[in-house]
Design a protein around this ligand. Structure first.
Ligand SMILES: Cc1ncc(COP(=O)(O)O)c(C=O)c1O
Length: 423
């Protein structure tokens, strides 16, 4: 992933790989106004260290963002973090000892995989479908673990517009998940960077709201609704968990950027943050539609993909003889990039015929051209495979090896094929 990000920073590459929001939409005059105000009125404070938990003024902005999705957290339960990524790191650091089990969706957020690995957690991934995490499969996984005398430290979930699959946990499953968590005393870490980026359909309650915050730790971020450059996120947890998280944060970076927190407070004081989020939704809706149209045009009939109602990503699955890690090398020669599916699995093996595609960081023309180029590379592979199998020969040596058996419970999101009802 690190190498990929370096390559995709080249201007000639159309990158559908990263999860970049379009920061060019943020009005420079507004940025200049807020920073000037800070410089004139609070330069010394804004350039100073701050409390590890974060400023009360930042927590007030966080409360507004959470209230927009129906939540009402106690400011005492909030710690301001250096992005959502640090929140994942801190909760893992606080709770996980080497060998502990963490449950995650299959596929899961590629940036969470190295966190779980670095604390030596064993990540067990549970299947999803187009309604999000399969709660029946989660219950089976918990039973299996319990039979082995193992209790998972937590379930890590991105219920809304999941990164990378683009699917959303249905209302009915949200209730079942919260009930199951209570019944089994399972801590759920709900990571929700995309909840407000909804382009169609009705908003759904968060797990945190449904549960009341007893069994759900909530992670949020300003990255996708304002700016990732600020590196500002947060974590909401009951006091005993929060205390450990704050200790871990002190060891990591003492406090979150004071300057970034001052900026957010100024921006929110203008009272137009919802307007900005609405403008992002309009922009990303059109880009998502451009990507969906292009996929229908340029991808082979055997391919499937999710149709996200929000967020920044969709997940496409190709015929299983295509390895998207190999395909990426070929695509990069045509200056287009995506994230290979294997990055979303802790075993690095499952999901090898899938890819994550981002539609927020490129304009519509780039998206169309990017998908056309990927489609051309995929068609090449399909034709090659068909030609070779027609001749009764085997495939190229490196593609010859059958994909390893996925771990029990771990699989790519099975999606409806085009042409099937609802597909
Ligand atoms: C699900 C998820 N969690 C966390 C993050 C990290 O975001 P941040 O920029 O706030 O660190 C991302 C970024 O793409 C994400 O998709």
């Amino acid at each position: 992933m690190r190498d990929l990000m370096e390559i995709t920073a080249r201007p000639e590459v159309i990158s559908l790989a990263g999860g970049l929001p379009d920061t060019s939409t943020f009005p420079p005059q507004s940025f200049a106004r807020q920073m000037t105000k800070i410089a004139q009125e609070s330069a010394a404070e804004a350039l100073q260290y701050g409390p590890t938990e974060g400023f009360a003024s930042t927590k007030e902005c966080i409360r507004q963002v959470m209230a927009a999705e129906g939540m009402d957290p106690d400011p005492e339960d909030i710690v301001v973090t250096t992005g959502g990524q640090q929140a994942i790191d801190l909760i893992t650091k606080a709770l996980v000892d080497p060998g502990d089990v963490v449950i995650a969706e299959a596929p899961t957020y590629p940036g969470a995989v190295p966190v779980f690995c670095s604390y030596e957690a064993e990540t067990v991934q549970v299947e999803m479908d187009s309604d999000g995490l399969r709660i029946d499969r989660l219950a089976e996984t918990l039973d299996r673990l319990a039979a082995d005398g193992r209790t998972p430290k937590f379930l890590y979930s991105v219920p809304s517009f999941q990164n990378p699959a683009g699917v959303t946990l249905s209302a009915e499953r949200r209730r079942r998940l919260v009930d199951l968590a209570r019944e089994r005393e399972l801590l759920v870490v709900e990571d929700n960077p995309y909840g407000l980026l909804r382009y169609e359909g009705q908003p759904l309650p968060t797990l945190y709201e449904l549960d009341g915050g007893d069994y759900v730790v909530y992670l949020g971020t300003f990255s996708k609704i304002l700016s990732p450059g600020l590196r500002l996120g947060w974590l909401c947890a009951p006091p005993p968990v929060l205390q450990k998280v704050v200790l871990g944060k002190q060891a990591s970076d003492l406090c979150t950027s004071t300057l970034a927190q001052y900026f957010v407070a100024e921006f929110f004081a203008e009272g137009r943050w919802r307007e900005y989020v609405d403008s992002l939704c309009d922009l990303y809706r059109s880009r998502r539609d451009a990507m969906l149209e292009s996929l229908a045009r340029h991808f082979p009939g055997e391919a499937t993909w999710s149709e996200p109602e929000g967020g920044l990503f969709l997940w496409a699955t190709l015929p299983d003889y295509i390895d998207t890690t190999d395909l990426l090398a070929r695509a990069l020669r045509d200056n287009v990039a995506f994230v290979p599916g294997a990055a979303a699995f802790a075993d690095g093996q499952t999901g090898r015929s899938s890819m994550r595609l981002n539609f927020s960081g490129s304009n519509e023309d780039e998206i169309r051209e990017g998908i056309r180029r990927i489609g051309a590379v995929v068609s090449e592979q399909v034709e090659l495979y068909e030609a070779i199998t027609r001749e009764g020969r085997t495939l190229l040596p490196e593609q010859d090896a059958p994909h390893p058996e996925p771990e029990a419970g771990a699989d790519v999101v099975p999606l409806r094929r085009r042409g099937e009802p609802g597909g």
